[in-house]
Design a protein around this ligand. Structure first.
Ligand SMILES: Nc1ncnc2c1ncn2[C@@H]1O[C@H](COP(=O)(O)OP(=O)(O)OP(=O)(O)O)[C@@H](O)[C@H]1O
Length: 520
């Protein structure tokens, strides 16, 4: 059936149920030698919240991209409300009332919420009559279970408000089936519960169907009706959430892969200070103060967790320490010696850092996995040959070892790193940064977007570096991660460190209070 014919049929649904049901039948996608999706059939019933689970690289994004017309499946069909449809591009998906909310926000920061909604319409007039449009928007919001401030520029909204606006936008565009890619990854636990509760309200009311990619079992068990699990491109099981234990879902995801025991924390007596930050000041991209008067010491064998609501100077601090942002004032010392974060000094002082969004910030997308893994070492033997050229054989040998040790899923070391799934890019870059002899390790949200087995593996690796005596600065928006790994916590608020405490002498409420600006 054509998208247009089905469009009129779904709008005319007489039952009051406006949600759309979607099914994939034998969906298969082959990239060169790799079968990324192998004969996957899943059924998302109208008016349900359906979770899609799977390890990094299992094929979740490939499946939803095939459903949304971003990819043409090699084989297989898409069914909408029981009819076979052809969805050749995102525009077809739109006509079928299928929409998608991405992990990273797609709103225009300088426009207000209202402007973002209106300009997102395909029938947006060239000259906008704001009076009429605002009245229409208000009427639309009346029918919604939640609101966002319409007149504030999006840059001034919190992460939770932005996520709500992304969802509102889809509903405003009359989407009846929404794919959400890890919708709560940038939200606080409170915001996550609020948004999932509200989505569940919309599905229960029959207004919307949701397919949600998630790595969080807690959210799946609390909010999803049904679940489908993918492993290595295949459908391996699923069913009603109420009839499946977390253990059963985890086993479906990883098969018989063994998860390593978490490393225990080695105690140190009177360790020396390794990293010292004194009165650091730096500005953001607009030249406004981003971090101010940061004083902090990190000892050998210590993990200091930097907690805070995102946007309080954490990313600028990591950029400063990685040599990607200039200091306006202040000094950094490593083992008592002045340290300037340039490549040569980072090598000499054994300082390693991992920023967020590694594909953008820490990798060259078109270069191979092996080349990307060799970045830190390409000018040293055995990779550098006598003539100064990269020597492919040792480079690939080292890459193969790292790929095996860090379980990076890639068809080969020669695959461009941009073809890997998000979680596997993260692992490849971490493998590079963690494989050296590390004195100082700076990591920002290292487990963002990783499946539970990888989270466990990466946290173990970070703990092992600490136990070997590295000073670790762990910037994380995930308070559970900080509570699990850190020896001390420091809270950043408005560019300053406003609260510091040993982890055993504080708790979630106190840290949360400081994150909200309670300690000065
Ligand atoms: N454009 C592409 N070209 C080649 N291979 C690709 C491409 N896109 C994805 N793949 C491969 O397909 C497989 C499935 O990747 P996909 O992104 O669907 O996984 P995922 O389950 O969404 O993982 P994650 O949780 O890490 O996002 C991976 O092995 C990936 O490397």
């Amino acid at each position: 059936m054509s998208a247009a014919a089905l469009e009129s049929e779904t709008t005319a649904s007489p039952s009051g149920m406006t949600a759309v049901g979607v099914e994939t039948v034998g969906m298969t996608k082959i990239f060169g030698p790799l079968v990324a999706l192998d004969d996957v059939s899943i059924k998302v019933r109208p008016g349900t919240l359906h979770a899609l689970l799977g390890e990094n690289g299992a094929g979740k994004s490939t499946l939803v991209k095939c459903m949304m017309g971003f990819y043409q499946p090699t084989r297989g069909q898409l069914m909408v409300d029981g009819h076979e449809v052809s969805c050749r591009n995102p525009r077809d998906a739109m006509k079928l009332k299928l929409g998608m909310v991405y992990q990273h926000f797609t709103l225009v920061p300088s426009l207000t919420a209202a402007e973002n909604l209106v300009v997102s319409r395909t029938d947006c007039p060239a000259v906008i009559d704001w009076k009429t449009e605002t009245a229409r928007l208000e009427a639309f919001l009346e029918t919604m279970p939640f609101r966002v401030p319409l007149k504030t520029p999006v840059s001034g909204l919190s992460a939770g408000e932005k996520q709500k606006l992304e969802i509102l936008k889809q509903l405003y565009l009359d989407r009846r089936f929404l794919i959400l890619d890890e919708p709560t990854s940038v939200l606080t636990p409170g915001e996550a519960d609020e948004i999932l509760g509200m989505l569940r309200g919309l599905t229960d009311a029959g207004r919307l169907t949701i397919l949600m990619i998630s790595h969080k079992f807690r959210e799946v068990t609390a909010y999803a009706d049904e679940v489908s699990v993918l492993r290595r491109g295949q459908y391996v099981g699923g069913g009603k959430v109420g009839e499946l234990s977390v253990d059963a879902m985890a086993r479906m995801m990883i098969g018989d892969t063994k998860i390593r025991e978490r490393a225990a924390r080695t105690p140190f007596t009177d360790p020396p200070t390794v990293l010292e930050l004194t009165a650091l000041h730096a500005s953001d991209d607009e030249g406004l103060p981003a971090i101010a008067a940061i004083d902090l010491k990190v000892k050998a064998g210590e993990i200091v967790g930097i907690a805070g609501v995102s946007g309080n100077g954490q990313s600028e601090l990591v950029e400063v320490l990685s040599g990607q942002r200039d200091l306006d004032d202040g000094r950094i010392f490593v083992r008592g010696e002045a340290f300037e974060p340039k490549r040569e000094a980072m090598d000499r002082f054994k300082v390693f850092s991992l920023q967020e969004e590694p594909l953008r910030n820490a990798a060259v997308p078109r270069m191979s996995v092996a080349e990307n893994m060799a970045f830190r070492t390409f000018d040293k033997p055995p990779i550098a040959s006598a003539g100064g050229f990269l020597s492919p054989k040792p480079m690939k040998k080292i890459a193969r070892e790292l790929i095996a040790r860090y379980r990076v899923k890639t068809p080969s070391p020669d695959t461009p790193i941009e073809n890997l799934s998000g979680g596997n890019v993260q692992r490849a870059v971490l493998a590079r940064e963690l494989s050296g002899d590390v004195d100082v390790l700076v990591v920002a949200n290292p487990c963002f977007g990783l499946d539970f087995a990888s989270v466990s593996e990466i946290r173990t690796q970070i703990m092992e570096q600490r136990n070997r005596g590295a000073a670790v600065l762990l910037v994380s928006e995930d308070l559970d991660e900080i509570l699990e790994l850190a020896d001390r916590v420091a809270v950043m608020s408005e560019g300053r460190i406003t609260y510091v405490a040993p982890i055993g002498e504080t708790d979630r409420q106190t840290i949360g209070h400081a994150m909200a600006g309670g300690h000065h």
